[in-house]
Design a binder for this molecule. Sequence first.
Ligand code: 3HC
Ligand code: NAI
Length: 709
Amino acid sequence: MTLSSAPETTAPVQHELRGSVLVVTIDHAPVNALNAAVRRGLIDAIEAADANASVRAVLIVGAGRNFIAGADIREFGKPAVPPSLPEVCNRIERCDKPVIAAIHGAALGGGLEVALASHYRIAVAGAKLGLPEVQLGLLPGAGGTQRSARLIGAQAALSLILSGRHVDAQEAQRLGLVDRIGQSDDVFAEGLAYAHELIATQAAPRRTKNARGLADKEASAAAIAAARVETQKKSRGLLSPLKIVDCVEAALNLPFDEGLCFERERFIECRESPQRAGLVHAFFAERETQKAPETLDAQPRALDRIGVIGGGTMGAGIAVALLDAGLAVTMIERDDASLERGRAHVEKVYDALIAKGRMKQEAKTRAMQRFDGDTRYDALADVDLVIEAVFEDMAVKKAVFAELDRVCKPGAVLATNTSYLDIDEIAASISRPQDVLGLHFFSPANIMKLLEVVVPARVSADVVATGFELARKLKKVAVRAGVCDGFIGNRMLAVYRAAADHLMEDGASPYQIDRAVRDFGFPMGPYQVIDLAGGDIGWAARKRRAATRDPKARYVRIGDELCERGWFGQKTGRGFYRYENGARTGTPDADVESIIDAERERAGVTPREFSDEQIVRRYLAAMINEGANIVHEGIAQRPLDVDATLMHGFGFPRYRGGPMHYADTVGLDNILADIHAFAKEDPLFWRASPLLVDLVARGQNFASLNRSA
Ligand code: 3HC
Ligand code: NAI
């Protein structure tokens, strides 16, 4: 049995005497986060236990699906309300009666800290324990670093806290985080039985602060030193990871109370940092994007058998994503040879995982049993959903959709993975436009988290809801987008890449631009990305658009010049960089710099110097301005949808919260002033978005639009 959740009006922490056990139930939907009322309630319960001679043990349990998900993230950034969580944990630890934490569901962050401050811990199947604060730009701030290190040792504690990963009940027991695992999943009965057993054996309170996990000083110091080296290498730009190492070191070197103070100071520094604000914004944005209006109004359709058309880069990646989620896939290709290539692409992904030891041969065999292929569309007669990933060509897409219209059962969802094409036009070309949807994956489709769910004008709500349901099954971050050239992500990419090209022609080298963008926190700069994806893709798109391009708009030809020489990037050994002997990391190329010089001359540009900061300002101003246009036109519902898109599809650093959140931190008036200044050189490119102008005039920020949505 799990205790059912009570209505919000009742106190979030209740305590009741069951025989000689004081049962303390945290009942604060949805996840029992530790807000001020819960913290107060916990202290009151422990006070009551100590004051009542009939109480011989205290049992802490959570109502609903979780023990405690952690501190209440919504309180960060607001004035602190006492009692603090460290006070709560210290009070629990000081309790004169044995305190037992009985854990089911999430015991995360502050939730695990409450459990660590308790004297005994039991977990049932399905429990997830962890200290994920690092993912929010924080560190455990209620004794978590001090108690976990003492309980399970420096190395295990550091691995848990620096990764933020969740461990299950078995692993928690192996690590020593819990004392036992319940026989059943009835957390209340298991906890109560454990409490009675402890009373029967006259077990005393057992305080974690006295645990001996750091007794081997030398080994602990070595583990801390190794973690420091590793963290310095890995956590580029992040504030909290090194502070976590410092805190565990303090656990080793300082008395417990001093260690707690040390940890609290570091925690507050992190809590007040923009990184924490960015990461918490990212956490909520990822959840908000899933709540498209259609998902609230309509039920998704069935999703068992899926068809994929095309076995190229995207079709194969999408097939792997579907197979990984346990779905059955039928791939359609043009002919037997292409189908064989498609199947080989899918197998190659799995073989690479096997070679790296990340997958077993049997798992691949099981996945491939759910995969079949055909060259005839009739094989799709029974599928629930089809994802088309053939060449980016309207005529080819329409021909494919005509076939789907002919063979698919009524109610099948017909999705296209097009990057740029008009999905309304595709929908209008068949007899069932209500079933046509855009599902825009990002390459590699089995890895990238973003899925743009593109909503054409005539689609049914339940088809949109099915797109979101598919994303949930694939564990992707789904973002609702409207139909336009490039939807949210690629439309923005086109604009900020153009800004980078302007900078390059005006005097910055592609290498400097890449470095400045990386230093801002992107994993790669724009020219490294072009070299990785293949310069020919953008070149083909530019040629396609040449006829419709505004002749007055600035056009930088440097990329075309490289492509004309066959320099498409990594796959040809040369692009903006040189890749000698198949190297994955490029080196700057003097020939490219000569081509750039020649193009500057041809365009009549006198090159000038840009600082890295100036580069980043232009790059981001272009991104933010187009993001504002996209929200203004309703292509994205809110600024946070733009943020989630850029973070999960385009490498925008999560700790900066996405471009729109970042713009708020810089100040929209400053962004607008930059755009006005840049417009003096190129008024056509730098046209301030009406939304940006309006928000600045009203003294508002992008966050205000997230709230009102
Ligand atoms: N505070 C406030 N709200 C929270 C929350 C938290 N810690 N954790 C989750 N929520 C909210 C979500 O925003 C969501 O709200 P919504 O319904 O309005 O959208 C709702 O709870 C349900 O969350 P999910 O949709 O994520 O539900 P799941 O069942 O998929 O996942 C979970 C549950 C595993 C608990 C997941 O929500 C989670 O990982 N939460 C964050 C856990 C965390 O990071 N804890 C550490 C906090 S920092 C801390 O404790 C500092 C301390 O050391 C001092
Ligand atoms: P690709 O060229 O690698 O693969 C296309 C595949 O479709 C080929 O295997 C081809 O044989 C097959 N095909 C062509 N016509 C067909 C038909 N009539 N019936 C069955 N199969 C047919 O192309 P890629 O890169 O996989 O792109 C596919 C689609 O995905 C395009 O619309 C593209 O814009 C989009 N896309 C591409 C991304 C990328 O990074 N490559 C990212 C997101 C979307």
